[in-house]
Design a protein around this ligand. Sequence first.
Ligand code: NAD
Length: 421
Amino acid sequence: MKPISLEQELNPWEAQAARFDFAAQKLNLNEGLWRILRYPSREIIVHIPVAMDDGRLEVYTGFRVQHSIARGPAKGGVRYSPDVTLDEVRALASWMTWKCAVVNIPFGGAKGGIIVDPKKLSMGELEKLTRRYTAELIEFLGPEKDVPAPDMGTNEQTMAWMMDTYSMHMRQTVTAVVTGKPINIGGSRGRREATGRGVMIVCDEALKKLNMNRESTRVVVQGFGNVGSNAAKLMSDAGYKVIGIAEFDGGLFNAKGINVDDLLEHRDRTKSINGFSGAEAADSKQLLITDCEILIPAATENVITSQNASDIKAKIVVEGANGPTTASADEILADKKIFVIPDILANAGGVTASYFEWVQDRQGYFWKESAVNEQLEFILKESFEDVVHFAETHSVNNRIAAYMLAISRVAHTIKLRGIYA
Ligand code: NAD
Protein backbone atom coordinates (compact mmCIF):
# COMPACT_ATOMS: atom_id res chain seq x y z
CA MET A 1 0.00 0.00 0.00
CA LYS A 2 1.07 3.62 -0.62
CA PRO A 3 2.95 5.41 2.22
CA ILE A 4 0.64 7.87 4.06
CA SER A 5 0.84 10.59 6.74
CA LEU A 6 -0.21 9.97 10.37
CA GLU A 7 -3.24 12.22 9.82
CA GLN A 8 -4.32 10.08 6.86
CA GLU A 9 -3.57 6.92 8.83
CA LEU A 10 -6.00 7.98 11.56
CA ASN A 11 -8.79 9.03 9.19
CA PRO A 12 -11.26 6.09 9.12
CA TRP A 13 -12.41 6.93 5.61
CA GLU A 14 -8.83 6.81 4.33
CA ALA A 15 -8.34 3.53 6.23
CA GLN A 16 -11.36 2.02 4.54
CA ALA A 17 -10.43 3.39 1.11
CA ALA A 18 -6.85 2.04 1.36
CA ARG A 19 -8.11 -1.51 1.97
CA PHE A 20 -10.86 -1.15 -0.64
CA ASP A 21 -8.41 0.03 -3.32
CA PHE A 22 -5.96 -2.76 -2.53
CA ALA A 23 -8.63 -5.47 -2.57
CA ALA A 24 -10.26 -4.06 -5.74
CA GLN A 25 -6.88 -4.06 -7.47
CA LYS A 26 -6.26 -7.68 -6.40
CA LEU A 27 -9.68 -8.57 -7.83
CA ASN A 28 -8.95 -6.71 -11.05
CA LEU A 29 -12.23 -4.87 -10.48
CA ASN A 30 -13.61 -3.08 -13.52
CA GLU A 31 -12.93 0.68 -13.24
CA GLY A 32 -16.60 1.65 -13.47
CA LEU A 33 -17.58 -0.71 -10.66
CA TRP A 34 -14.64 0.61 -8.66
CA ARG A 35 -16.07 4.15 -9.02
CA ILE A 36 -19.57 3.02 -7.97
CA LEU A 37 -18.36 1.18 -4.88
CA ARG A 38 -15.63 3.51 -3.70
CA TYR A 39 -17.99 6.31 -2.65
CA PRO A 40 -21.31 6.31 -0.75
CA SER A 41 -24.46 6.60 -2.83
CA ARG A 42 -26.17 9.13 -0.53
CA GLU A 43 -25.00 11.44 2.31
CA ILE A 44 -27.49 13.41 4.39
CA ILE A 45 -26.58 16.15 6.90
CA VAL A 46 -29.24 17.42 9.32
CA HIS A 47 -29.17 20.21 11.91
CA ILE A 48 -31.39 19.23 14.79
CA PRO A 49 -32.86 21.89 17.11
CA VAL A 50 -33.58 20.72 20.68
CA ALA A 51 -35.19 22.64 23.56
CA MET A 52 -32.93 21.80 26.52
CA ASP A 53 -34.20 21.31 30.08
CA ASP A 54 -32.84 24.71 31.17
CA GLY A 55 -34.83 26.53 28.44
CA ARG A 56 -31.87 27.04 26.01
CA LEU A 57 -32.24 26.06 22.34
CA GLU A 58 -29.36 23.88 21.15
CA VAL A 59 -28.67 22.73 17.58
CA TYR A 60 -26.93 19.37 16.98
CA THR A 61 -25.48 18.15 13.68
CA GLY A 62 -26.38 14.65 12.53
CA PHE A 63 -25.55 12.48 9.55
CA ARG A 64 -26.92 9.48 7.71
CA VAL A 65 -24.79 7.96 4.98
CA GLN A 66 -26.09 5.20 2.72
CA HIS A 67 -23.12 3.60 1.05
CA SER A 68 -24.90 0.96 -1.03
CA ILE A 69 -28.38 -0.45 -1.51
CA ALA A 70 -27.36 -2.91 -4.24
CA ARG A 71 -27.98 -6.07 -2.19
CA GLY A 72 -30.99 -4.84 -0.18
CA PRO A 73 -32.10 -2.04 2.16
CA ALA A 74 -29.30 0.02 3.68
CA LYS A 75 -28.44 -1.24 7.18
CA GLY A 76 -26.33 0.27 9.92
CA GLY A 77 -26.14 1.74 13.39
CA VAL A 78 -26.53 5.23 14.76
CA ARG A 79 -23.67 6.61 16.87
CA TYR A 80 -23.93 9.41 19.45
CA SER A 81 -20.47 10.73 20.22
CA PRO A 82 -18.73 14.13 20.39
CA ASP A 83 -16.10 12.79 17.94
CA VAL A 84 -18.50 11.86 15.11
CA THR A 85 -17.40 13.25 11.72
CA LEU A 86 -18.81 12.81 8.22
CA ASP A 87 -15.68 10.88 7.19
CA GLU A 88 -16.13 8.50 10.11
CA VAL A 89 -19.79 7.89 9.24
CA ARG A 90 -18.82 7.36 5.57
CA ALA A 91 -16.25 4.74 6.57
CA LEU A 92 -18.66 3.00 8.94
CA ALA A 93 -21.36 2.98 6.21
CA SER A 94 -19.07 1.32 3.69
CA TRP A 95 -17.88 -1.20 6.30
CA MET A 96 -21.56 -2.13 6.74
CA THR A 97 -21.85 -2.86 3.01
CA TRP A 98 -18.78 -5.12 3.16
CA LYS A 99 -19.88 -6.75 6.43
CA CYS A 100 -23.37 -7.66 5.19
CA ALA A 101 -21.82 -9.09 2.04
CA VAL A 102 -19.21 -11.12 3.99
CA VAL A 103 -21.97 -12.83 5.99
CA ASN A 104 -24.14 -12.94 2.86
CA ILE A 105 -27.28 -11.29 4.24
CA PRO A 106 -29.57 -9.24 1.97
CA PHE A 107 -28.66 -5.73 3.09
CA GLY A 108 -26.64 -2.83 1.82
CA GLY A 109 -24.65 -0.55 4.12
CA ALA A 110 -25.42 2.67 6.00
CA LYS A 111 -24.44 4.48 9.18
CA GLY A 112 -25.72 7.45 11.12
CA GLY A 113 -24.35 9.68 13.81
CA ILE A 114 -24.96 12.79 15.84
CA ILE A 115 -22.18 14.99 17.23
CA VAL A 116 -23.21 14.88 20.88
CA ASP A 117 -21.97 13.53 24.19
CA PRO A 118 -25.02 11.53 25.30
CA LYS A 119 -23.73 11.39 28.89
CA LYS A 120 -24.25 15.17 29.15
CA LEU A 121 -27.94 15.08 28.14
CA SER A 122 -30.94 14.17 30.30
CA MET A 123 -33.22 11.32 29.18
CA GLY A 124 -35.79 13.88 28.06
CA GLU A 125 -33.23 15.78 25.95
CA LEU A 126 -31.97 12.53 24.40
CA GLU A 127 -35.51 11.51 23.53
CA LYS A 128 -36.22 14.87 21.83
CA LEU A 129 -32.91 14.71 19.94
CA THR A 130 -33.60 11.16 18.75
CA ARG A 131 -37.18 11.87 17.69
CA ARG A 132 -36.21 15.02 15.78
CA TYR A 133 -33.28 13.26 14.07
CA THR A 134 -35.64 10.46 12.97
CA ALA A 135 -38.26 12.94 11.75
CA GLU A 136 -35.63 14.82 9.69
CA LEU A 137 -34.74 11.54 7.94
CA ILE A 138 -38.27 10.19 7.62
CA GLU A 139 -38.42 9.77 3.84
CA PHE A 140 -35.04 8.03 3.73
CA LEU A 141 -35.82 5.38 6.38
CA GLY A 142 -38.10 2.33 6.21
CA PRO A 143 -37.99 -1.47 6.40
CA GLU A 144 -37.37 -1.65 2.64
CA LYS A 145 -35.14 1.47 2.46
CA ASP A 146 -32.80 1.93 5.40
CA VAL A 147 -32.92 0.16 8.78
CA PRO A 148 -30.92 1.76 11.66
CA ALA A 149 -29.65 -0.05 14.80
CA PRO A 150 -27.75 0.93 17.96
CA ASP A 151 -24.04 1.71 17.98
CA MET A 152 -21.76 3.58 20.40
CA GLY A 153 -23.75 5.86 22.68
CA THR A 154 -27.17 4.52 21.61
CA ASN A 155 -29.15 1.54 22.87
CA GLU A 156 -32.49 -0.30 22.89
CA GLN A 157 -34.29 2.76 24.26
CA THR A 158 -32.97 4.92 21.40
CA MET A 159 -34.32 2.34 18.93
CA ALA A 160 -37.72 2.30 20.67
CA TRP A 161 -37.96 6.11 20.23
CA MET A 162 -36.91 5.88 16.58
CA MET A 163 -39.44 3.13 15.89
CA ASP A 164 -42.21 5.11 17.57
CA THR A 165 -41.38 8.36 15.73
CA TYR A 166 -41.31 6.59 12.37
CA SER A 167 -44.56 4.77 13.20
CA MET A 168 -46.31 8.04 14.18
CA HIS A 169 -45.45 9.49 10.77
CA MET A 170 -46.64 6.34 8.97
CA ARG A 171 -49.86 6.22 11.09
CA GLN A 172 -49.22 2.55 11.89
CA THR A 173 -46.74 0.54 13.94
CA VAL A 174 -43.70 -0.35 11.82
CA THR A 175 -41.42 -2.44 14.01
CA ALA A 176 -39.08 -3.49 11.17
CA VAL A 177 -37.80 0.08 10.62
CA VAL A 178 -35.05 -0.39 13.22
CA THR A 179 -33.35 -3.36 14.89
CA GLY A 180 -31.85 -3.71 18.33
CA LYS A 181 -35.22 -2.86 19.92
CA PRO A 182 -36.42 -4.06 23.35
CA ILE A 183 -37.81 -7.61 23.03
CA ASN A 184 -41.41 -6.72 23.92
CA ILE A 185 -41.73 -4.21 21.07
CA GLY A 186 -40.42 -6.39 18.25
CA GLY A 187 -36.81 -6.98 19.30
CA SER A 188 -35.16 -10.35 18.86
CA ARG A 189 -34.09 -12.67 21.60
CA GLY A 190 -30.30 -12.93 21.55
CA ARG A 191 -29.72 -9.60 19.73
CA ARG A 192 -28.21 -7.84 22.74
CA GLU A 193 -25.45 -10.44 23.12
CA ALA A 194 -25.13 -11.27 19.41
CA THR A 195 -22.06 -9.18 18.56
CA GLY A 196 -20.16 -10.52 21.58
CA ARG A 197 -21.37 -14.05 20.80
CA GLY A 198 -20.14 -13.65 17.22
CA VAL A 199 -16.75 -12.57 18.55
CA MET A 200 -16.59 -15.78 20.59
CA ILE A 201 -17.66 -17.95 17.64
CA VAL A 202 -14.87 -16.62 15.41
CA CYS A 203 -12.37 -16.99 18.30
CA ASP A 204 -13.42 -20.65 18.62
CA GLU A 205 -12.87 -21.13 14.88
CA ALA A 206 -9.45 -19.50 15.06
CA LEU A 207 -8.44 -21.75 17.97
CA LYS A 208 -9.42 -24.84 15.94
CA LYS A 209 -7.40 -23.59 13.00
CA LEU A 210 -4.33 -22.83 15.10
CA ASN A 211 -4.59 -25.97 17.28
CA MET A 212 -5.17 -24.07 20.49
CA ASN A 213 -7.70 -24.59 23.29
CA ARG A 214 -9.90 -22.28 25.32
CA GLU A 215 -8.49 -23.16 28.74
CA SER A 216 -4.94 -22.09 27.89
CA THR A 217 -6.06 -18.99 25.99
CA ARG A 218 -5.59 -15.67 27.79
CA VAL A 219 -7.79 -12.86 26.54
CA VAL A 220 -7.54 -9.07 26.85
CA VAL A 221 -10.61 -7.01 25.96
CA GLN A 222 -10.61 -3.28 25.27
CA GLY A 223 -14.01 -1.63 25.86
CA PHE A 224 -16.54 -3.00 28.35
CA GLY A 225 -19.67 -1.80 26.55
CA ASN A 226 -22.18 -3.89 24.62
CA VAL A 227 -19.64 -5.78 22.49
CA GLY A 228 -16.74 -6.05 24.96
CA SER A 229 -18.73 -6.98 28.07
CA ASN A 230 -20.81 -9.61 26.28
CA ALA A 231 -17.75 -11.10 24.59
CA ALA A 232 -15.89 -11.18 27.93
CA LYS A 233 -18.82 -12.77 29.77
CA LEU A 234 -19.59 -15.42 27.14
CA MET A 235 -15.93 -16.28 26.67
CA SER A 236 -15.16 -16.57 30.37
CA ASP A 237 -18.29 -18.74 30.83
CA ALA A 238 -16.98 -20.93 27.98
CA GLY A 239 -13.57 -21.47 29.63
CA TYR A 240 -11.36 -18.72 28.16
CA LYS A 241 -9.22 -16.86 30.70
CA VAL A 242 -10.07 -13.14 30.53
CA ILE A 243 -6.98 -11.55 32.12
CA GLY A 244 -7.38 -7.90 31.15
CA ILE A 245 -10.13 -5.35 30.55
CA ALA A 246 -9.28 -1.84 29.32
CA GLU A 247 -11.70 1.08 29.55
CA PHE A 248 -11.21 4.73 28.56
CA ASP A 249 -10.64 5.76 32.20
CA GLY A 250 -8.55 2.83 33.42
CA GLY A 251 -7.97 -0.90 33.15
CA LEU A 252 -7.91 -4.13 35.15
CA PHE A 253 -5.51 -7.08 35.15
CA ASN A 254 -5.59 -10.46 36.87
CA ALA A 255 -3.22 -13.17 35.62
CA LYS A 256 -5.51 -15.85 37.11
CA GLY A 257 -8.54 -14.57 35.22
CA ILE A 258 -11.14 -11.89 36.01
CA ASN A 259 -14.55 -13.00 37.30
CA VAL A 260 -16.63 -11.22 34.65
CA ASP A 261 -19.99 -11.74 36.43
CA ASP A 262 -18.61 -9.99 39.53
CA LEU A 263 -17.16 -7.21 37.37
CA LEU A 264 -20.51 -6.66 35.62
CA GLU A 265 -22.19 -6.40 39.00
CA HIS A 266 -19.51 -3.90 40.18
CA ARG A 267 -19.82 -1.83 36.96
CA ASP A 268 -23.64 -1.73 37.16
CA ARG A 269 -23.45 -0.60 40.78
CA THR A 270 -20.63 1.98 40.51
CA LYS A 271 -20.96 2.90 36.77
CA SER A 272 -17.23 2.20 36.29
CA ILE A 273 -14.89 -0.81 36.18
CA ASN A 274 -12.41 1.07 38.38
CA GLY A 275 -12.08 0.04 42.00
CA PHE A 276 -13.01 -3.59 41.30
CA SER A 277 -11.50 -5.76 44.03
CA GLY A 278 -11.09 -8.87 41.85
CA ALA A 279 -8.19 -7.47 39.79
CA GLU A 280 -5.28 -5.02 39.95
CA ALA A 281 -5.60 -1.57 38.39
CA ALA A 282 -3.69 -1.44 35.09
CA ASP A 283 -2.88 1.11 32.42
CA SER A 284 -5.32 0.81 29.51
CA LYS A 285 -2.68 1.42 26.82
CA GLN A 286 -0.31 -1.13 28.38
CA LEU A 287 -3.06 -3.76 28.39
CA LEU A 288 -3.14 -3.66 24.58
CA ILE A 289 0.49 -4.77 24.49
CA THR A 290 0.25 -7.25 27.36
CA ASP A 291 1.30 -10.85 26.81
CA CYS A 292 -1.84 -12.82 25.86
CA GLU A 293 -3.15 -15.14 23.16
CA ILE A 294 -6.19 -13.11 22.05
CA LEU A 295 -6.58 -9.33 21.99
CA ILE A 296 -10.12 -8.04 21.39
CA PRO A 297 -10.29 -4.31 20.67
CA ALA A 298 -14.03 -3.70 21.22
CA ALA A 299 -14.17 0.03 21.91
CA THR A 300 -13.46 2.37 19.02
CA GLU A 301 -11.32 3.15 15.95
CA ASN A 302 -7.54 3.65 15.65
CA VAL A 303 -6.32 1.85 18.74
CA ILE A 304 -3.80 -0.36 16.92
CA THR A 305 -1.67 2.01 14.84
CA SER A 306 1.82 2.24 13.35
CA GLN A 307 2.85 3.58 16.81
CA ASN A 308 2.04 0.47 18.87
CA ALA A 309 1.46 -2.44 16.43
CA SER A 310 5.01 -3.74 16.71
CA ASP A 311 4.54 -4.10 20.51
CA ILE A 312 1.40 -6.24 20.30
CA LYS A 313 2.10 -9.68 21.75
CA ALA A 314 -1.23 -11.43 21.08
CA LYS A 315 -1.25 -14.30 18.58
CA ILE A 316 -4.78 -13.47 17.47
CA VAL A 317 -6.43 -10.04 17.15
CA VAL A 318 -10.22 -10.15 16.93
CA GLU A 319 -11.77 -6.81 15.98
CA GLY A 320 -14.94 -6.43 18.02
CA ALA A 321 -14.94 -2.70 17.23
CA ASN A 322 -15.17 -1.20 13.75
CA GLY A 323 -11.86 0.05 12.40
CA PRO A 324 -9.66 -0.49 15.49
CA THR A 325 -6.60 -1.19 13.33
CA THR A 326 -5.21 1.33 10.85
CA ALA A 327 -4.07 0.28 7.38
CA SER A 328 -0.40 0.96 8.28
CA ALA A 329 -0.70 -1.24 11.38
CA ASP A 330 -2.10 -4.08 9.22
CA GLU A 331 1.25 -4.49 7.55
CA ILE A 332 3.11 -4.62 10.87
CA LEU A 333 0.69 -7.23 12.27
CA ALA A 334 1.06 -9.27 9.07
CA ASP A 335 4.88 -9.19 9.36
CA LYS A 336 4.53 -10.43 12.94
CA LYS A 337 2.31 -13.28 11.62
CA ILE A 338 -0.54 -12.27 13.94
CA PHE A 339 -3.82 -13.91 12.90
CA VAL A 340 -6.24 -10.99 12.50
CA ILE A 341 -9.98 -11.56 12.33
CA PRO A 342 -11.12 -8.32 10.70
CA ASP A 343 -14.03 -6.23 11.94
CA ILE A 344 -16.22 -6.94 8.91
CA LEU A 345 -16.22 -10.60 9.96
CA ALA A 346 -15.48 -10.51 13.72
CA ASN A 347 -18.30 -8.15 14.73
CA ALA A 348 -20.80 -9.25 12.06
CA GLY A 349 -22.80 -11.20 14.67
CA GLY A 350 -24.65 -7.97 15.50
CA VAL A 351 -25.95 -7.27 12.03
CA THR A 352 -26.68 -10.96 11.48
CA ALA A 353 -28.97 -11.02 14.51
CA SER A 354 -30.40 -7.68 13.32
CA TYR A 355 -31.26 -9.43 10.07
CA PHE A 356 -33.07 -12.12 12.09
CA GLU A 357 -34.93 -9.37 13.97
CA TRP A 358 -36.02 -7.71 10.70
CA VAL A 359 -37.19 -11.09 9.35
CA GLN A 360 -39.15 -11.82 12.57
CA ASP A 361 -40.78 -8.35 12.58
CA ARG A 362 -41.88 -8.73 8.97
CA GLN A 363 -43.26 -12.22 9.64
CA GLY A 364 -44.79 -11.31 12.99
CA TYR A 365 -43.40 -14.59 14.29
CA PHE A 366 -40.71 -14.63 16.97
CA TRP A 367 -38.00 -17.26 17.36
CA LYS A 368 -36.68 -18.99 20.46
CA GLU A 369 -33.29 -17.70 21.64
CA SER A 370 -31.72 -21.07 20.84
CA ALA A 371 -32.90 -20.75 17.21
CA VAL A 372 -31.30 -17.28 16.95
CA ASN A 373 -28.02 -18.52 18.43
CA GLU A 374 -27.95 -21.62 16.25
CA GLN A 375 -28.53 -19.66 13.01
CA LEU A 376 -25.95 -17.07 14.10
CA GLU A 377 -23.36 -19.77 14.70
CA PHE A 378 -24.08 -21.39 11.35
CA ILE A 379 -23.65 -18.12 9.42
CA LEU A 380 -20.52 -16.99 11.24
CA LYS A 381 -18.75 -20.34 10.97
CA GLU A 382 -19.48 -20.47 7.26
CA SER A 383 -18.30 -16.87 6.78
CA PHE A 384 -15.10 -17.53 8.75
CA GLU A 385 -14.45 -20.52 6.51
CA ASP A 386 -15.15 -18.45 3.35
CA VAL A 387 -12.75 -15.68 4.42
CA VAL A 388 -9.92 -18.00 5.46
CA HIS A 389 -10.32 -20.02 2.27
CA PHE A 390 -10.23 -16.81 0.18
CA ALA A 391 -7.08 -15.70 2.05
CA GLU A 392 -5.34 -18.99 1.40
CA THR A 393 -6.30 -19.27 -2.27
CA HIS A 394 -5.38 -15.66 -3.07
CA SER A 395 -2.34 -15.44 -0.75
CA VAL A 396 -3.63 -12.34 1.05
CA ASN A 397 -4.27 -11.60 4.72
CA ASN A 398 -7.72 -12.20 6.26
CA ARG A 399 -8.75 -8.55 6.04
CA ILE A 400 -8.01 -8.20 2.35
CA ALA A 401 -9.66 -11.60 1.78
CA ALA A 402 -12.82 -10.38 3.55
CA TYR A 403 -12.85 -7.19 1.45
CA MET A 404 -12.26 -9.18 -1.76
CA LEU A 405 -15.06 -11.60 -0.94
CA ALA A 406 -17.44 -8.74 -0.09
CA ILE A 407 -16.53 -6.56 -3.08
CA SER A 408 -16.93 -9.46 -5.48
CA ARG A 409 -20.39 -10.26 -4.06
CA VAL A 410 -21.60 -6.64 -4.27
CA ALA A 411 -20.05 -6.11 -7.73
CA HIS A 412 -21.73 -9.28 -8.98
CA THR A 413 -25.15 -8.00 -7.81
CA ILE A 414 -24.56 -4.62 -9.46
CA LYS A 415 -23.68 -6.31 -12.75
CA LEU A 416 -26.74 -8.58 -12.60
CA ARG A 417 -29.10 -5.72 -11.72
CA GLY A 418 -27.43 -3.26 -14.06
CA ILE A 419 -27.45 -0.47 -11.47
CA TYR A 420 -26.29 2.33 -13.74
CA ALA A 421 -28.52 4.49 -15.90
P1 NAD B 1 -20.70 0.91 23.75
O1 NAD B 1 -20.89 2.38 23.77
O2 NAD B 1 -21.71 0.01 24.37
O3 NAD B 1 -19.29 0.52 24.42
C1 NAD B 1 -18.06 1.07 24.07
C2 NAD B 1 -17.19 0.98 25.33
O4 NAD B 1 -15.85 1.30 24.97
C3 NAD B 1 -17.63 1.93 26.42
O5 NAD B 1 -17.67 1.24 27.64
C4 NAD B 1 -16.54 3.02 26.39
O6 NAD B 1 -16.32 3.58 27.66
C5 NAD B 1 -15.34 2.23 25.93
N1 NAD B 1 -14.32 3.05 25.27
C6 NAD B 1 -14.49 4.07 24.40
N2 NAD B 1 -13.28 4.56 23.99
C7 NAD B 1 -12.37 3.80 24.61
C8 NAD B 1 -10.95 3.80 24.59
N3 NAD B 1 -10.25 4.66 23.84
N4 NAD B 1 -10.30 2.89 25.36
C9 NAD B 1 -10.97 2.01 26.11
N5 NAD B 1 -12.32 1.96 26.17
C10 NAD B 1 -13.00 2.85 25.42
O7 NAD B 1 -20.46 0.55 22.21
P2 NAD B 1 -20.57 -0.87 21.53
O8 NAD B 1 -21.93 -1.01 20.94
O9 NAD B 1 -20.03 -1.92 22.44
O10 NAD B 1 -19.57 -0.64 20.30
C11 NAD B 1 -18.16 -0.78 20.43
C12 NAD B 1 -17.56 -0.92 19.05
O11 NAD B 1 -18.14 -2.07 18.40
C13 NAD B 1 -17.81 0.23 18.07
O12 NAD B 1 -16.70 0.32 17.20
C14 NAD B 1 -19.03 -0.23 17.31
O13 NAD B 1 -19.14 0.40 16.03
C15 NAD B 1 -18.71 -1.70 17.17
N6 NAD B 1 -19.87 -2.57 16.90
C16 NAD B 1 -20.94 -2.62 17.75
C17 NAD B 1 -21.98 -3.49 17.47
C18 NAD B 1 -23.15 -3.64 18.41
O14 NAD B 1 -23.99 -4.53 18.17
N7 NAD B 1 -23.26 -2.87 19.48
C19 NAD B 1 -21.97 -4.27 16.32
C20 NAD B 1 -20.86 -4.21 15.47
C21 NAD B 1 -19.81 -3.35 15.78
